[in-house]
Design a protein around this ligand. Structure first.
Ligand code: ADP
Ligand code: ZN
Ligand code: ZN
Length: 818
């Protein structure tokens, strides 16, 4: 009897592909194991075994597989089921899901580039002959394709060989130019070398007697040293001596003190880390925990709606503990890796070594390690903290998924496929595992709140901050009025300026939020009105002062700023609007003594950049942090007493049905960074439009009113959650062809599906990377079967693909687009 194997290739193929296998192989193979297979003319891929049978494919002769790569399945049945759901629901292929789900180290293929690992100490004698050949070849050539390695060792299938080399750390994959994870740099001080000498020290103390503040610092250092042999963080010295950073800095400058850094790895759980043995919840938290458990007992998803700093994390910790007690794994999903370091600290302090972290900024090696730990259900990975891709891990015994900040857009993958929403995919995953799911937010998304109101989700709320901390005091500042009365200093109203000055005087920290990076969004010629556009995209370029460049935020195109207007040559270029960079510059002039940091896409690209900024701010090395929405995320800074929003209007005016919901969420979240300890925090929101209903709702913390109004509007204009939206984007370099093709597609949809088709229409940015774009929105009512709608769309796509002149047009589906 012949045997065949269906595999999933990690490429966008509509169907499984079939290979022939021997009887022995058929006996050995199980779904979820990897196999190396030939595909196309000369390519080798790693594919995933799906199904073993004895039916030869009708359309082609099945080729033989090259080799089985695993002894045990790498992917379990829960995962396969979940991935199929993702492919089906989000309208992509299973291959695309596999490609995004598996760490690339598991997916070697002939096109993969490998490089020598320069940091590895290679034991040349320990290498096998074929391994050595590759190692040697890489001494002469920086990178080799796996296909080329085939030639070098004269063997067809070299994936096992390359796998071995990767495992031994001899080679790296090209994509793996990741940073290793984030050591936290802590600053310490000690007495300068010179003063280890007794007489020198006495002399110093005599000299310092005329500088009482400085001598206080030195004496405090002695006291700290007497208490413990451990290194002394600058922050501790500051506290002990009651003096400022400036005094300590003066001593460092004089070499009386010496500053040094120790890397404390956040990933390692060191012996000395303080452990918290118990957490006792306050009555509000206890009530919330009970309500969540009740929802769980009814097999419902639970929505925890707790104001900022109400202690939601502690409630999650209790839930995770319950799950562990039942011997089950827990997953803690975060929207943004920026949040992980603070959270890792909190969870490790409580659960110690049981916590693993998984996200794309980790090296491939680390990701493979976490994958294997989860697969083996090992102790180290009982709790996984991760961004959305951690949903793909091989959980076999999942008990709980926490989706923190569930309202965040970044849970939705935008590009490439699968364009899934991690919150929704998490709920489906927990149903497969018969596990529980809790969603948490201070500002729940309209759709989750709707589900709670309909009784589909359980609901509980916490309305008070933990530890009697008051909600921040939020005030709107009318800048129209202030501008008219000429009471602005740059982009700062007098009110905001004074508040910043006061906070700095008190030694407190300030966060300033401006939802735009760069210096000024637009450079406009005041003579002819010309605004320089990106040659590849339909947007104007943004001015970045630091590099004196104009940059495109869509494709990365950049050019040096010209002296005169590109159109008319006149030198009358004027800056319109403003970004984070300009605020930072203004602050330098307005508050020259303050230390100002900036957190936006431009400053967080480099090595550990995020971590460095957050750590520096935590350790109060910065007085003011200016940032884009990155600073709104659930960070917990203790010393921030003032949050300023430079301009709320650009948020509110965004052309999108969610703009108001999002503005409410963003402003409430950023306001929540203020005053997380005893002193009541202050929030100032600058706007031209202080009577806007959303701003009124933010100041009064009136979520319910916001929900009610937004929900009403969605009903009126038929937007989610009242309907579902599938967005189809068509792309082509040829403008006319795109118009024709999208018209064809839209009319066909209209014929089959009727009224619910909007478009084709150009998106706000209608050209990106030289491609023209057009969107068609397909709205389906909740009563309609979404899978039937999708089938209809797919049938139309088939006819579309059969039209040869539309061949170059690419289609992108985005289900539940946001
Ligand atoms: P949220 O996530 O709701 O914004 P957090 O969980 O960050 O709030 O809690 C705010 C602060 O209160 C944190 O510093 C946290 O450590 C502290 N806190 C909350 N609940 C407790 C508790 N039960 N015991 C001790 N500290 C708590
Ligand atoms: Zn001009
Ligand atoms: Zn561009």
């Amino acid at each position: 009897m012949p045997y065949f194997l269906d595999v999933v290739l990690p490429i966008p193929l509509e169907r499984l592909f079939t290979y022939s296998i021997s009887e022995q192989e058929a006996d050995f193979l199980k779904p979820g194991m990897r196999v190396a297979v030939p595909f196309g003319k000369s390519k080798i891929y790693t594919a995933l075994a799906y199904n073993i049978h004895s039916n030869a494919p009708l359309a082609y002769d099945a080729k033989e597989i090259y080799q089985i790569l695993d002894e045990q399945p790498l992917v379990n049945k829960f995962q396969l089921k979940h991935w199929e759901w993702i492919a089906q629901y989000y309208m992509c292929t299973l291959g695309e899901v596999v490609r995004s789900a598996l760490p690339s180290a598991f997916l070697l293929e002939s096109e993969t580039l490998v490089l020598l690992n320069k940091n590895a100490l290679v034991d040349e004698l320990g290498l096998k002959d074929d391994e050595f050949l590759v190692y040697e070849a890489l001494q002469h050539q920086t990178a080799l394709k796996i296909g080329e390695i085939s030639g070098i060792v004269d063997k067809k299938n070299v994936l096992p060989l390359v796998n071995r080399l990767v495992q031994k750390g001899v080679v790296l994959q090209k994509e793996e130019l990741y940073e290793q994870y984030v050591p936290k740099l802590v600053r310490y001080v000690k007495l300068g070398e010179e003063y280890h000498d007794e007489t020198k020290l006495e002399e110093l103390l005599r000299n310092l007697s005329r500088a009482p503040k400085q001598s206080q610092v030195v004496l405090s250092l002695f006291q700290l040293q007497a208490k413990s042999k451990k290194p002394i963080p600058i922050a501790d010295l500051e506290k002990e001596s009651g003096s400022s950073r400036a005094v300590i800095k003066a001593l460092i400058d004089k070499s009386v003190l010496e500053e040094y850094h120790i890397r404390t790895d956040r990933v390692q759980f060191g012996e000395e880390s303080k452990t918290v043995e118990t957490i006792s919840l306050n009555p509000y938290q206890t009530k919330a925990l009970e309500a969540i458990n009740k929802s769980f007992s009814e097999n419902k998803v639970a929505l925890l709606h707790g104001v900022t700093s109400s202690g939601k994390t502690e409630v999650y910790i209790k839930l995770i503990e319950q799950s562990l007690e039942q011997g089950k794994q827990a997953l803690y999903l975060l929207p943004e890796i920026a949040l992980t370091s603070q959270l890792i600290g909190r969870l490790r302090a409580y659960f110690g070594n049981k916590v693993s972290v998984y996200h794309s900024k980790y090296s491939i090696h680390e990701r493979v390690e976490v994958w294997n730990n989860v697969k083996d259900n090992s102790d180290k990975a009982q709790i996984v903290i991760g961004a959305r891709s951690s949903l793909y891990l091989p959980f076999s015994n999942l008990g709980l998924v926490v989706v923190d900040e569930e309202h965040e857009n970044s849970f939705k993958q935008f590009d490439p496929a699968p364009r899934y929403h991690a919150r929704d995919a998490a709920i489906v995953l927990t149903s497969f595992h018969e596990a529980h799911c809790v969603l948490g937010s201070a500002t729940p998304s309209i759709e989750s709140m709707d589900n709670a109101k309909k009784g589909k989700y359980g609901y509980t709320n916490i309305q008070y901050r933990y530890g009697d901390v008051l909600m921040p005091d939020i005030t709107l500042v009318d800048i129209k009025e202030a501008t008219r009365k000429k009471r602005m200093k740059g982009h700062f109203s007098e009110t905001l300026f004074n508040a910043v000055a006061e906070a700095l005087e008190e030694g407190e920290q300030v966060i300033l939020f401006q939802n735009r990076r760069g210096f000024a969004p637009i450079i406009e010629c005041t003579t002819c009105g010309n605004v320089t556009q990106c040659p590849n995209c339909d947007v104007s370029l943004t001015y970045h002062q630091h590099r004196n460049q104009l940059r495109c935020h869509y494709c990365g195109y950049h050019m040096a700023l010209q002296q005169g207007c590109l159109a008319c040559g006149s030198p009358t270029l004027d800056k319109k609007g403003f970004g984070t960079e300009q605020i930072q510059e203004e602050l330098k002039l307005l508050f020259p003594q303050a230390n100002v940091g900036r957190m936006d896409l431009d400053t967080t690209r480099g090595k550990y950049a995020y971590e460095k900024i957050i750590t520096a701010f935590e350790q109060q090395e910065m007085d003011i942090l200016v940032g884009t929405q990155m600073v709104t995320k659930g960070l917990d800074f203790r010393n921030v007493s003032l949050v300023g929003i430079m301009n709320a209007d650009s948020l509110l005016n965004f052309p999108d049905y969610r703009a108001h919901e999002r503005s409410f969420q963003m402003l409430t979240q950023v306001a929540g960074r203020a005053g997380r300890t005893k002193k009541r925090g202050k929030v100032l929101i600058q706007t031209y439009n202080p009577y806007h209903q959303i701003l009124q709702q933010v100041t009064t913390n009136n979520y319910d009113k916001m929900f009610e109004e937004q929900f009403y509007e969605r009903e009126q204009f038929k937007y989610p959650p009242l309907v579902r939206i599938i967005k189809l984007t068509l792309k082509d370099k040829d403008y006319n062809k795109l118009n024709e093709a999208s018209q064809w597609f839209a009319s066909s949809l209209q014929n089959v599906l009727g009224q619910q088709i909007l478009g084709p229409e150009y998106p706000p940015v209608a050209r990106i990377r030289r491609d023209y774009l057009k969107n068609i929105l397909i709205k389906t009512s909740r009563a309609q079967s979404i899978s039937q709608t999708k089938n209809s769309i797919k049938r139309i796509e088939k006819s579309f693909n059969a039209i040869s002149k539309y061949k170059s047009v690419r289609l992108v589906y985005n289900v539940d687009h946001i």
